[in-house]
Design a protein around this ligand. Structure first.
Ligand code: NI
Length: 168
């Protein structure tokens, strides 16, 4: 089922999400809806709180990005256990339609998470998938990409966003 994607400044986007205790069919149903909603919106990543669900779940699909190794995953209770390097990229966000903000991230991350069957997995993401992972990880912590830029850059982005909102 395609769910509504909540837009900034919805308060749930600023609230850290809760750990998933039991991975059951309800959780797998949420994951299915998250993939469907993400594809419908032509996104490459989605965090559960973006569809109003207060749980530490994200989905990623970077297979359309040909220059990086494809990643298509649901991550439950993800943790970043190692990080290195730095990369800048102009990011978009489904909760900020039309806005692009350049953000600096780690270029390589090692991640521990549960899969949709409750099995613990370790992944290494590099380049674009690493960027998407960190963007979604921020969502799960109640942080948006706007919180990653300061001063003038942030003010201009906010102005641009309120203009875009008025056009809608
Ligand atoms: Ni986002």
């Amino acid at each position: 089922m395609i769910r509504e994607i909540l837009k900034f400044p919805h308060p749930i986007l600023k609230t850290p999400t809760k750990k998933v205790d039991v991975i059951d069919d309800a959780v797998r149903g949420i994951i299915r809806d998250m993939f469907e909603t993400m594809y419908h919106a032509e996104g490459v990543g989605l965090a559960a709180n973006q569809i109003g669900i207060d749980l530490r779940i994200m989905v990623i699909d970077t297979t359309q990005k040909k220059e990086s190794p494809p990643v298509k995953l649901a991550l439950i209770n993800p943790e970043m256990i190692e990080k290195e390097g730095s990369i800048k990229y102009k990011e978009g966000c489904l909760s900020f339609p039309g806005l692009v903000v350049e953000v600096e991230r780690y270029s390589k991350v090692k991640v521990k998470a549960l899969d949709e069957y409750g099995e613990e997995k370790i992944y290494t993401f590099e380049g674009f998938p690493a960027i998407v992972f960190q963007h979604e990880m921020d969502h799960l912590e109640g942080i948006t990409f706007l919180d990653r830029v300061n001063g003038l850059k942030r003010r201009l982005a906010l102005e641009k966003y309120s203009k875009l909102q008025k056009q809608r």
